[in-house]
Unconditional design. Structure first.
Length: 179
């Protein structure tokens, strides 16, 4: 019924001397890619050359990179910050939920097999630093943006980080996906 009425209205406009292009509402709105869910992705630490953090340089901030690859058969998007909880190797470490940088996130579109990453800024300390002042990472629990299920990634780089889990502006924090 709606199609007949649209055709009659269009015929009336054309008869009046005005040309109009009719586009169905479904075609006018392009379908946006859904967000990526944990099940759509695989994750890991970037470990090649420049991606390896310099954990042996105490007091010098360095970066580790965590990647997400779309393993699904569809295109999906990521936007925002991943959740990152570091689990420590020392019994005094516990779990440290990393704070976010002030950088603004952007939307990343991942086609099948595409990869993006994000960086974690780290502030290494010397091995001789007292146990209560250092955090020794063992694994990272990484949750994609807007998800509740995480990946468990073993920390492959060694070293220790200045323990600032209660600081307002710690030297260890994370950046948005794609940055």
């Amino acid at each position: 019924m709606k199609t007949k009425m649209t055709a009659v209205a269009l015929a009336a406009i054309v008869a009046a001397g005005t040309a109009v292009a009719a586009v169905p509402a479904s075609a006018a709105t392009a379908k946006a890619a859904p967000r990526c869910h944990t099940a759509d992705l695989k994750a890991g630490f970037a470990t090649g050359g420049d991606a390896t953090p310099e954990m042996g340089r105490p007091g010098k901030q360095t970066q580790a990179f965590i990647w997400f690859t779309n393993k699904s058969n569809h295109t999906c998007t990521l936007s925002g910050f991943a959740g990152v909880d570091m689990v420590g190797a020392q019994r005094t470490d516990g779990t440290w939920s990393l704070v976010r940088s002030s950088k603004r996130p952007t939307k990343i579109t991942l086609g099948r097999g595409d990869t993006t990453d994000f960086s974690v800024n780290l502030l290494p300390v010397a091995r001789s630093t007292p146990q209560k002042k250092k955090f020794v990472p063992a694994k990272f629990l990484v949750t994609p943006p807007n998800e509740t299920k995480h990946f468990t990634l073993k920390w492959p780089f060694g070293g220790q980080i200045l323990k600032q889990d209660g600081a307002t502006h710690p030297g260890t924090y994370l950046n948005p996906v794609g940055q």
